[in-house]
Write a protein that binds this ligand. Structure first.
Ligand code: SF4
Ligand code: SF4
Length: 311
């Protein structure tokens, strides 16, 4: 049966074929969105964060504990916790949340813009690094190695505080990496070379030629038309559904006005209610039908299997 438009029926594509789905193979990574408020209002922020957008409100330490307890109770094979926002360091519970995850033995990745909200916690961060060493990684958003381009996205006066934060982290031997963008159409080699020069100039200990230390994320332009993914696509494209982010991760959010938290299919679809999988991790273990353009463009066709870039 054909449907009227693309991405309308969760199980059937507009051409009447069976829509592809992804099973959760194992919950390896659990993300917490600690709230959408941010000190910046970047032009292309995928989650539309601003200093005023509290569509996803702050998670509390107690709420995070509930999910970490569920991981323990259900004996999920979760190895890593990811923390994203907004700017996570705006959340008043951020340090207890970070400490809770590390204390329980998880690897922890925190996405941040490394500006003033993070720098307010210098002492806490140094203590956490001394206790947990490389179990804690901070991923810093540096949109471009040139100030003008970074500020074109992030607004005036966003460059210097970021460089200051990045240098501080590097000088104190934190485990850090960088999330860059590919918005301006340069070749990857050109971007890596530009970042290499910038990082060396500031004596920042990150290898710009290492794909894990400098991650360059594809853009998610919702206006570009994309094909729908059918069950036949996996074979045709030679893509394994188990490599999709939603095969091994989920994201916990708290929507403004909701009493309970929600577990979303992935970090890329924080607002779309058809990807709200339930209140608990157990409820959220169901298969996910790829009924969103991001599924095609970013994951199946774009190979964006490495979680998210932004803070
Ligand atoms: S956007 Fe990607 S990770 Fe999210 S549900 Fe779609 S395929 Fe899965
Ligand atoms: S991209 Fe990051 S720093 Fe910019 S508004 Fe969004 S969450 Fe904030």
């Amino acid at each position: 049966m054909k449907t009227e438009t693309k991405f309308s029926d969760p199980t059937i594509t507009a051409t009447g074929e069976k829509r592809a789905w992804v099973d959760l193979t194992a919950l390896k990574t659990l993300w917490f969105n600690t709230g959408t408020l941010c000190n910046l209002a970047c032009v292309n922020c995928y989650i539309e964060s601003t200093p005023k957008n509290d569509a996803l409100v702050y998670l509390t330490h107690g709420e995070v504990i509930t999910y970490l307890n569920e991981i323990a109770k259900e004996d999920y094979p979760t190895e890593e916790i990811g923390i994203t926002g907004g700017e996570p360091f705006m959340n008043p519970d951020i340090i207890p949340i970070i400490e809770e995850c590390l204390e329980r033995g998880f690897k922890l990745l925190v996405l941040t813009n490394a500006m003033r909200p993070m720098m307010k916690y210098e002492d806490d961060l140094l203590r956490l690094k001394d206790t947990y060493a490389s179990a804690l990684t901070l991923r810093i958003s540096v949109d471009h190695f040139k100030r003008e381009r970074h500020e074109e996205e992030r607004g005036p006066r966003s460059w210097e505080p970021m460089v200051l934060g990045l240098k501080w982290l590097s000088n104190h031997d934190f485990t850090i990496d960088i999330a860059g963008r590919t918005l301006w159409g340069e070749e990857e080699s050109e971007l890596r070379q530009g970042f290499d020069t910038f990082l060396k100039q500031h004596n920042i200990k990150i290898d710009a030629h290492d794909k894990k230390q400098l991650m360059l994320f594809p853009e998610m332009d919702e206006n570009v038309p994309v094909p729908e993914i059918t069950t036949a696509c996996w074979g045709i494209l030679n893509v394994d559904p188990d490599d999709m982010m939603c095969a091994s991760s989920r994201m916990v959010v708290k929507r403004k006005g909701d009493e309970k938290l929600s577990v979303m299919a992935c970090t890329l679809l924080a607002y779309d209610q058809q990807f709200n999988m339930g209140k608990s991790l157990k409820e959220a273990s169901k298969a996910i039908h790829l009924n969103h353009p991001h599924c095609s463009k970013f994951c199946v066709l774009g190979g964006g299997a490495c979680s998210i870039s932004e803070a």
